[in-house]
Design a binder for this molecule. Structure first.
Ligand SMILES: [Zn+2]
Length: 75
């Protein structure tokens, strides 16, 4: 799976939980870390994702997190 696709799929599976770049890197195994910023930043520009300062679901820190706005229940 390509890195952008991996992050995309990962965030949708965790929707609507917000995940910070560090945790995304660890959870998806995508490296280098700057790639996460690029990919998550691009996703954050779309209407299906939100990228803002919030509490990360994994580490509990308040930082820049990315979340999918798509609902898993949506058909
Ligand atoms: Zn985190």
């Amino acid at each position: 799976m390509e890195n952008p696709e991996q992050i995309f799929t990962y965030l949708i599976a965790r929707a609507p939980k917000g995940v910070c770049d560090d945790c995304l890197a660890r959870e998806t195994g995508v490296s280098p870390r700057q790639q996460i910023e690029t990919i998550a930043g691009a996703l954050g520009l779309t209407r299906d994702f939100d990228r803002s300062n919030s509490v990360c679901y994994f580490c509990g820190s308040e930082k820049l997190v990315t979340r999918s706005l798509a609902s898993a229940n949506e058909t």
